[in-house]
Design a protein around this ligand. Structure first.
Ligand code: SAM
Length: 239
């Protein structure tokens, strides 16, 4: 990895849970299986990207590697990156168990992954971009844009706020209380901590950042006031 200037954001300093050891990673994986339908999400992402069998997909912030392993069955090559070596080790074990030999795991993130070779056909990132402050989100999205081939897609899912800005003091406690009822106090407390410590942003900021980076937002989906999914495309010459 090249030497970065002193003012450059250090994305290897973990915000929130640092997933430093395998027990934290396992706990994260179990939690996700409990609160998300990950196989259905992965199927929907693969359907939206409609990759050809010779395509390359880059995933940024792969975590436990569930999407990377699912994607590896649809395309020629997957590059799965994460800043957490423990996450990558867990994801690599998952790939091995699934018999996937076409995934490269790279210990890097939005701001440090340097792609070499042909630009990729698609990029996926889920629940990871909010680790960066907004200024750095734009740098990250710019880097993603230039890693994609013209016409290539970015699928981005993250916690993004779409509730009314002046309603936060009512919305957030109601959201956390609902989370506590549905998924328990531990998850609600973790979410409260992440609202305080991490860099969730508004949907109009995120849309502005995506547009500023050059993307065409083909589809955006906002759920429950705090989740967003975007299917974006790098422009073609003629766009
Ligand atoms: C909440 S987990 C999401 C994991 C997985 N994408 C999923 O949907 O379950 C966030 C992941 O992003 C990683 N991460 C944090 N900051 C990052 C960065 N700047 N670049 C890439 N990955 C990052 C963390 O190590 C962690 O694995």
């Amino acid at each position: 990895m090249k030497t970065l200037p002193g003012w450059y954001y250090d994305e290897f300093v973990h915000l929130g849970m640092d997933y430093a050891d395998v027990s934290q990673v396992e706990a994260y994986d179990q939690k996700m299986r409990r609160i998300r339908d990950v196989p259905a999400e992965n199927n929907a992402i693969m359907a939206a990207l409609a990759l050809s069998s010779n395509a390359t997909l880059l995933e940024i912030g792969t975590g436990t590697g569930a999407l990377a392993v699912a994607a590896a069955k649809h395309c020629a090559r997957v590059i799965a990156t994460d800043i957490s070596p423990a996450m990558l080790a867990y994801a690599a074990q998952r790939a091995q168990r699934a018999g996937c030999q076409n995934i490269s795991f790279v210990n890097a993130g939005f701001l440090t992954y340097d792609h070499t070779g042909e630009p990729v056909d698609a990029v996926v990132s889920q629940l990871a971009l909010h680790h960066l402050p907004d200024f750095w989100k734009l740098i990250a999205l710019n880097r993603v844009y230039h890693t994609l081939k013209p016409g290539g897609n970015l699928f981005l899912r993250d916690v993004v706020f779409s509730f009314e800005a002046d309603n936060y003091a009512a919305f957030i406690p109601r959201w956390l209380a609902g989370l506590e009822r549905s998924s328990g106090g531990e998850l609600a407390a973790a979410m409260a901590k992440s609202i305080r410590d991490e860099h969730y942003t508004y949907h109009w900021v995120m849309e502005g950042l995506l547009a500023k980076a050059g993307f065409i937002i083909e589809k955006s989906e906002y759920t429950a006031g705090f989740l967003a999914a975007y299917l974006c495309r790098r422009k073609l010459e003629r766009d």
